[in-house]
Design a protein. Structure first.
Length: 236
């Protein structure tokens, strides 16, 4: 499964975020961010079938959520990359920025890098070149219960059926196009091959068949053509 959600925050102030599917990510992330210590650290928390990975550095937190089958090395390579790009793009302005100040610009970067680090097959080679694998092996994994949640219940709800918005829109558009194409194909076949009634040589049927089809941009009311043919046959 891909990286499900990522966020960059200053304490509990979210500066940019992106999700690849539906879920209560914002609610859960707020709970976790409020419990992350202020000092620099790298850690993975486990919770059921999900993992919460983060890098805390210079008062900023780079955070992502994956399922427990996702390679932790990939998750932290992703976090290192978005950290590098975020600092390069915004520098010290992030230390005083208002909530979501970088979201319009950096959410696209998060989306691109989440896809890359979820799908690329060359990450281990790249990480060896940069000498990052040994560092990643030392990052601890703790159960989320070890956090002082003060009686709060942490429950992550994820709908993996809801993919990226662009994919969903693309699918719905393709489905509508196919449905419209099949509709018009069936209409044209019905115009050419009568099911009952006079033969195609019959003048009344021929007159109906010569009538122009409605414009294909907007679908007509159902059964309009069938009703016209039925009336003509009845008159004959």
């Amino acid at each position: 499964m891909p990286i499900l959600f990522s966020v960059i925050a200053r304490g509990t102030v979210v500066l940019a975020k992106y999700a690849t599917c539906a879920g209560n990510f914002t609610e859960v992330t707020e709970q976790i961010l409020s419990k992350i210590p202020p000092h620099d650290d790298k850690l993975t928390y486990s919770h059921g079938n999900y993992l919460f990975h983060y890098i805390a550095e210079q008062k900023l937190v780079y955070f992502c959520i994956t399922d427990d089958k996702f390679q932790r090395s990939r998750a932290f390579l992703f976090l290192n990359e978005i950290k590098r790009r975020f600092i390069s793009a915004f520098g010290d302005t992030a230390q005083t920025a208002i909530p979501y100040a970088m979201n319009s610009e950096f959410a696209r970067v998060l989306a691109t890098e989440m896809k890359h680090y979820s799908e690329s097959r060359d990450l281990e080679t790249i990480s060896r070149v940069h000498g990052e694998l040994d560092e990643l092996k030392n990052i601890m994994v703790k159960n989320i219960d070890s956090m002082a949640m003060r009686g709060e219940k942490l429950e992550l709800l994820v709908d993996k059926a809801d993919n990226l918005a662009t994919s969903s829109v693309s699918y719905r558009t393709s489905a509508r196009t196919l449905q419209r194409s099949l509709f018009w194909k069936n209409i044209k076949i019905d115009r050419l091959i009568p099911r009952v009634g006079p033969l195609p040589t019959d003048p009344q049927y021929a007159a109906i068949a010569r009538r122009p089809l409605p414009r294909e941009g907007a679908l007509p009311r159902e059964c309009t053509i069938a009703s016209t043919v039925y009336k003509a046959l009845k008159m004959g």
